[in-house]
Write a protein that binds this ligand. Structure first.
Ligand SMILES: [Zn+2]
Ligand SMILES: [Zn+2]
Length: 377
């Protein structure tokens, strides 16, 4: 992480959006270029402040940034990019480059020189994603040639600096006239943007500067990874064909569903069917968590649909711990023995609608409307 955006804006990690906004406004006034003409330092500071604000004022970008702060080395993305994944990666790529643009990475012009990124989709089981795991991916990449250090020139030395672009790989042209002159940059046609002219080609890569090779990459998937969250490993993508930096490897997760658990962020949801008798009398029932099965108490007189919260039994991630929410459903048996039916008939004879508030209300309302008892046999 090159920049600490919180430090730049002078706010705390837990700062609210209002605090961020207030601090940003104050700093923008202080460092505005109008107040500091010809002051490069103030201009740089002003740019930094805007960059920091762009990320921290956007909850989605801020979440991503926070995760990167907590997971140095591999940047990690969380969030609903691409709308559930059905849309594939086309839209995703745009959002992606936006994020890195915003994070002060390579600019768009430089990225033309950079090697291509490689995106790999990895399927995670529900439990692996919830608890965290280690994964290995195997893929082919254009790796910078070690023999010529990616230059394409024999021993990495048999080249001359391009005289046309003086090694920059770019040619500048002034376009337009009068007030509307613009400097236009294009790739140097003599050296193809590498800034070098090879006098003797590398025998290993034949002058390309890269070799295609099979690569494996092992990485930790942090607990709480979700569908469309991703990690970025810098420099593990394709080598540049124009002498720029190597692209990145982007591993995007797809999390499969589970028979028992559902999740939203770090919270887990379980549906618990119980018998009518347990609903009436109360009792203990076992409910699975991520690690084991725990007893939960069903209180006497539990209604169907009641949600019981088991605190701290959701996903434990570095960014927080979720809860387990157990939704109780009262099941009506459809197969009854004669004895069971007889017992229920006896119970029914003993029952009174006033035992439940909803039934008592319903009876009262129907009676006041039409003067009939809706439960009368
Ligand atoms: Zn050149
Ligand atoms: Zn080579």
């Amino acid at each position: 992480m090159a920049q600490d955006y919180y430090k730049i804006l002078g706010v705390d990690r837990k700062a609210s959006q209002d605090e961020i906004k207030a601090s940003y406004r104050k700093l923008v006034k202080q460092y505005h270029p109008d107040l500091h003409p010809n002051d490069a330092e103030a201009a740089a500071k002003f740019k930094e402040i805007n960059e920091a604000n762009e990320v921290l004022s956007d909850p989605k970008k801020r979440q991503q940034y926070d995760f990167e702060l907590d997971n140095p080395g591999a940047s990690q993305g969380f969030g609903g990019f691409g709308g559930g994944g059905a849309s594939g990666f086309e839209g995703f790529g745009d959002i992606f480059s936006d994020i890195f643009g915003g994070f002060g990475g390579s600019s768009r012009r430089e990225s033309k020189q950079k090697g291509e990124d490689i995106t790999i989709e990895v399927e995670l089981s529900f439990l692996d994603a919830a608890k965290g795991c280690n994964k290995t991916v195997k893929y082919n990449r254009r790796e910078p040639c070690s023999s010529c250090k990616g230059t394409g020139a024999k021993d990495g030395t048999k080249f001359t600096t391009c005289s046309r672009c003086k090694g920059t790989g770019k040619i500048q042209r002034v376009v337009g006239g009068g007030l509307f002159r613009m400097v236009n940059e294009t790739v140097c046609p003599d050296c193809g943007g590498t800034g070098r002219n090879i006098t003797e080609k590398c025998d290993v890569c034949g002058g390309k500067g890269y070799n295609v090779s099979s690569t494996t990459f092992s990485f930790d998937v942090p607990a709480g990874a979700d569908t469309n969250s991703y990690i970025v490993k810098r420099g593990m993508g394709h080598a540049s064909t124009r002498g720029g930096e190597t692209g990145d490897l982007i591993v995007v997760f797809k999390v499969t569903s589970h028979k028992i658990f559902k999740r939203k962020d770090f919270d887990l949801y379980v549906e618990l069917p119980i018998s009518y008798m347990t609903a009436c009398l109360g009792g203990k029932v076992k409910v699975p968590t991520l690690d084991n099965a725990v007893d939960i108490d069903i209180p006497e007189g539990t209604q169907s649909g009641r949600v019981i919260t088991v605190r701290g039994k959701g996903i434990k991630s570095r960014r927080g711990t979720g809860n387990l929410y157990v939704t109780v459903t009262v099941e009506t048996p459809s197969k009854l023995s004669r004895t069971q039916k007889d017992l229920l008939k006896k119970l029914e004879a003993e029952s009174d609608v006033r035992q439940t508030a909803k039934m008592a209300d319903y009876k009262k309302n129907v009676e006041s409307l039409y003067g009939v008892d809706p439960y009368e046999k």
